[in-house]
Design a protein around this ligand. Sequence first.
Ligand SMILES: C[S@@+](CC[C@H](N)C(=O)[O-])C[C@H]1O[C@@H](n2cnc3c(N)ncnc32)[C@H](O)[C@@H]1O
Length: 219
Amino acid sequence: MSLVLGDDVESLLAAANPQPSALLAEMTEHGDDRNFPTLGPDAGRFLRLLATLADADRVFEFGSGFGYSAAWFLPALGSEGELVLTDYDEQNLAEAREFLDRLDPAADVHYEAGDAIETFERYDGPFDVVLLDHDKERYAEAFDQVVEDLAPGGVVVADNIMQGPVNTADVTDALRGGDPVDDATAGVAAYVERVRDDPDFETAVVPLGEGLAVSTPTR
Ligand SMILES: C[S@@+](CC[C@H](N)C(=O)[O-])C[C@H]1O[C@@H](n2cnc3c(N)ncnc32)[C@H](O)[C@@H]1O
């Protein structure tokens, strides 16, 4: 994982925040071993906080990998909680099931293999929190669907606004009108413009993990 924050800030966060659970530490190691791009502990902790603040019962993830972000969300959900994981890769979802079963075997978790946007269409809303962490080229398309099914006071979070398949300088340049260097950069810049210019949403870009865009309806 490439981080936006410098080493000194990273060290402060590691010292100031509670240690992640043993299971999350194991999942971090698993991600590192696989060289798999999880969103990391700082973003994960922030997602859990957002879910708690939104009093979330229902969470939908576009792009769940092996369940790392879901493992941050799950403890924040109420007893009626429902968590939907999506991924193209069935092996990722099988690993997610193993990890999340250990975290809470009774939790209502759905593992949906296939395209996340098509899966979202099959579910009835509303969702309290939605995480976008799938193809960057399709973030804006996903957001257009999610707005229809977002609970009042709900939150949409998009990862990789600053790092990952993009970098901060390239996204900044694209937002200033430059030609995007690739499809991922074009997708992230289009997403930021989409949420920034929507009067029905309040959005803040937050430099945690690889950069998050956090949006909530204004009314
Ligand atoms: C960055 S990883 C997800 C990481 C996960 N949220 C975490 O923090 O550990 C992105 C995942 O999205 C999946 N993916 C990409 N585009 C997708 C799509 N359109 N539908 C479903 N899964 C997708 C990939 O297979 C990959 O596992």
